[in-house]
Design a protein. Structure first.
Length: 392
């Protein structure tokens, strides 16, 4: 357990350790079915893990965002796909806080209320109507949608058939509606992160009351108080998915350490741990992952600190947060690559956790918020240019 975890969060880490056997038991089934098994989802519901960022008054854990990141990392150390689903499902309230208070409590007041979805505006049309908005389109890569009660989608606002422009960018509206108004497609077929169930969801002409929607690019809660009211939405969810990559990388390192104690490589008499090349690669991987974690968590801890004291956030703050995310992701992938090479043929066997960890981190880091293209947006900001994108 990370020594920086708060006392409030510690019971949740203990729950994760108790759930480790069920997570491991169903990992292979999740791979086959490309979906988190219902048994795992039920266990997480029972442990309250999906409600860690909700208020205590409705049965939530009311953890800080840094605590939630470390918890998602801990789960991902057991299984990357489960950690990803935890990050998605527990992070839903961060978006929900930007709805009306009544709408938030309608969705998350249900003890098993979960939201999943996508904020990719390119595939959804939003049209204003009296009392609300009509959403039509597709929420792509909607992880954990099979377990959600509400679907979140975002799209460009159309007026008279044309995008509404604000400060040079199309206006975007996010909204949540009961998932039964959408059809979940069987589209998730990937090399890694298979157990996340990140299928596309399609919907047509769904009426979403205004109180269940928010201005996607300028979201701000009208009723929340404290750090979550002060920290911009894009900084609140900046790191959730990277914590999964860090945990998955740790899983790979842990496995190599176990293998190295007993494996005797071909054409040698000594165990793998006594081989100089393996020693070098393991040390390099450890250093890369430690550096990734230090940079990532120092950035997110600072964001939370500023939110607690009410300091303002600049575009440079957003750029540096994104830089920490992408850099941590890249370093973690490098660490796993070293581990896979050091493990030799073991890492090519589907029975070896390193094989799955390798697939998972390479798939996860293609996500738009942590792939290589984000460096360009950050670089523009650091050069004093317009970011060229509404999302840094």
């Amino acid at each position: 357990m990370d020594r920086l975890v708060s006392e409030r969060a510690r019971p949740y880490f203990e729950k994760v350790q108790k759930l480790a056997p069920i997570i491991r038991e169903y990992a292979d089934r999740a791979e086959r079915e490309a979906q988190m098994p219902r048994e795992v989802a039920d266990a997480f519901h029972d442990a309250g893990l999906f409600r860690i960022l909700m208020p205590r008054r409705i049965g939530g854990g009311e953890l800080t965002i840094p605590d939630s990141l470390r918890l998602c990392e801990e789960v991902s150390r057991l299984d990357g796909s489960v950690g990803w689903n935890l990050a998605i499902c527990s992070g839903g309230p961060l978006f929900g806080y930007n709805l009306s208070r009544a709408a938030f409590e309608k969705i998350y007041g249900d003890p098993r209320g979960l939201s999943a979805g996508s904020l990719n505006p390119a595939t959804t049309r939003v049209v204003p109507v009296e009392g609300g908005w009509r959403f039509s389109g597709k929420a792509t890569y909607a992880s954990a949608s099979a377990h959600a009660t509400y679907l979140m989608a975002a799209g460009m606002v159309l007026r008279d058939g044309a995008p509404q422009m604000v400060d040079g960018f199309p206006a975007m509206r996010g909204g949540l509606f009961p998932i039964e108004h959408a059809k979940i497609l069987n589209t998730w077929s990937t090399a890694g992160m298979r157990g996340t169930g990140s299928n596309d969801c399609v919907f047509e002409d769904v009426l979403v009351p205004d109180e269940f929607t928010f201005d996607w690019l300028n979201a701000k809660s009208q009723w929340q108080r404290g750090p979550l009211a002060n920290i911009p939405l894009q900084l609140q969810f900046v790191g959730g998915l990277v914590s999964v990559v860090l945990g998955t990388a740790r899983h790979a390192l842990d496995t190599l350490n176990e293998i190295a104690q007993a494996k005797v490589p071909a054409a040698t008499r000594a165990t793998l741990r006594e081989r100089p090349l393996a020693q070098i690669q393991f040390a390099q991987a450890e250093g890369l992952l430690d550096a990734a974690r230090a940079y990532f968590y120092s950035c997110n801890d600072e964001i939370w600190r500023k939110g607690e004291v009410g300091e303002s956030f600049s575009i440079q703050d957003r750029a540096h947060a994104r830089l920490a995310v992408v850099t941590a992701a890249k370093l973690a992938v490098q660490a796993v690559d070293l581990v896979a090479d050091a493990a030799g043929m073991n890492s090519a066997q589907t029975s070896c956790p390193i094989e799955r960890c390798w697939r998972d981190v390479h798939t996860a880091t293609q996500h738009v918020l942590m792939n290589t293209s984000r460096f360009e947006v950050v670089g523009r900001v650091l050069f004093g240019l317009d970011p060229g994108s509404p999302v840094i």
